[in-house]
Design a protein around this ligand. Structure first.
Ligand SMILES: Nc1ncnc2c1ncn2[C@@H]1O[C@H](COP(=O)(O)OP(=O)(O)OP(=O)(O)O)[C@@H](O)[C@H]1O
Ligand SMILES: C[C@@](O)(CCO)CC(=O)[O-]
Ligand SMILES: [Mg+2]
Length: 401
């Protein structure tokens, strides 16, 4: 029984969501909330009929299982076609995967899971073929809320599958959560990122690639047309995240913005262009070294103003929501600036926490936000990306794997 695990972080977008899909720059950072996947590969059993692929999703609390023979029959594949290069999921393969999912009763209230399940079946069978195994997924991230849960799912899944395939190897240790997590080298990360992007395409339709990139590589990045620049921030950027708990779906929101762009192409091109300038300015400001109180305050004031401008343009794109507006109004009472993060339409909102803000005020802000039934998170910004645990990781989320 071969065992390995991987974890990948969620993200916040400081500037540029949606516009990044249309070629503008955006700025994003990893946060210390993770999705973890563990994989237990079963030996190729003598009892062929009993061999299954199992997926245990801890957060929705659902498990799925497919007989390996049925996977082979429907997907017309056995051996993985090679994990060393990422391939897109063809429309025919996606249709076959949909047939496999129809054989499961997914509760109507959790039907949004089918996109993630399709991405799982595509990644697993493309990387490992129809081998029997058990995959367990658990996450700190609220799903479908703008913190990149789909990307963290695809990155951690690709990471664990490619590690099991022997294509990705760990290079060094850091520890956390009682496990020996290890970092992965640059070329291997590139490969994981390319596979995760193919998974994101199944979930998002037309992703820019920023979410999987920041989840894979970590840190704070500027991203434009697939190009990634690492931003070296000398002063930590402190953000409060508020989850409005209003569910939404990134694929539909991205499609909505594209439709608006095709109806009003000149106006929307100007909006995307303005967002590009905001993201460029945000990326220069985060890299500015600020050594004293005055410099830090001026840096934060500029960031706050740019966030406010970006939020206005997101409203122009049609992706704000009354719950987001409630967060904006609530934080403004305390002179704090907020903007939505991720795809909007509900989901999460970022509030810039100035270094000089006293804890008592922050606690009051949180209490008022939570009185609206929102949920607040204080997160560390700009940490590590994908990490893996090869063999030896005997314990995962309470499950022996
Ligand atoms: N831990 C998980 N287990 C199963 N499926 C997941 C998990 N995390 C994400 N998903 C899949 O990803 C979908 C959510 O992706 P979506 O892109 O809509 O939101 P998000 O990634 O959280 O937000 P954003 O894209 O705005 O950052 C879920 O509906 C599900 O299909
Ligand atoms: C809305 C979007 O810009 C960010 C979602 O986190 C979509 C994408 O870039 O793929
Ligand atoms: Mg997503």
């Amino acid at each position: 029984m071969e065992v390995c695990a991987a974890r990948a972080p969620g993200k916040i977008i400081l500037a540029g969501e949606h516009a990044v899909v249309h070629g503008s720059a955006a700025v994003a950072a990893a946060i210390d909330l993770y999705t973890r996947c563990s994989l237990c590969l079963m030996p190729l059993a003598d009892d062929e009929a009993a061999a299954t692929l199992e997926l245990d999703l801890k957060d929705p609390g659902l498990t799925f299982s497919w007989p390996c023979g049925r996977l082979r029959e429907v997907l017309l594949t056995d051996e993985a076609a090679g994990a060393r290069e990422a391939r897109p999921c063809s429309p025919d393969r996606l249709a076959s995967i949909a047939r496999l999912l129809e054989e499961h009763e997914i509760p109507e209230a959790k039907i949004w899971l089918s996109a993630g399940l399709s991405a799982f079946l595509f990644l697993y069978t493309s990387i490992l073929g129809c081998r029997p195994g058990k995959v367990t997924v658990s996450s700190d991230l609220p799903m479908g809320s703008g913190l990149g849960s789909s990307a963290a799912f695809c990155v951690s899944m690709s990471g664990v599958l490619l590690t099991a395939a022997g294509v990705v190897t760990a290079v060094g240790g850091i520890s956390g959560e009682g496990m020996e997590w290890e970092l992965v080298g640059k070329d291997d990360l590139e490969l994981v990122n390319r596979w995760a992007f193919q998974g994101e395409k199944i979930i998002h339709g037309k992703p820019s690639g920023i979410d999987n990139a920041v989840s894979t590589f970590g840190s704070m990045i500027k991203f434009k047309k697939g190009e990634l620049t690492n931003l070296k921030s000398s002063n930590p950027v402190k953000m409060l995240i508020t989850d409005t708990r209003v569910g939404r779906n990134t694929k539909a929101l991205v499609a909505g913005v594209s439709e608006r762009a095709s109806r009003h192409s000149d106006a929307m091109a100007s909006v995307f262009n303005a967002v590009n300038s905001i993201s460029e300015e945000v990326s220069s400001i985060v890299e500015l070294a600020a050594n004293d109180e005055i410099a830090i305050t001026s840096k934060e004031e500029k960031l706050a103003e740019l966030m406010e401008m970006n939020q206005g343009l997101l409203q122009c794109m049609g992706v704000s929501h009354s719950s987001i507006e409630t967060v904006l109004r609530t934080t403004l009472k305390f002179n704090l600036v907020s903007k939505l993060t991720g795809a909007g339409g509900g989901g999460c909102v970022l509030t810039l926490i100035p270094t000089m803000l006293c804890n008592l005020v922050l606690e009051k802000v949180i209490a008022e936000l939570e009185s609206h039934s929102f949920r607040c998170f204080k997160v560390e910004v700009g940490g590590q990306g994908l990490q893996v645990c090869q063999g030896g990781c005997s314990y995962f989320n309470g499950d022996v794997v």
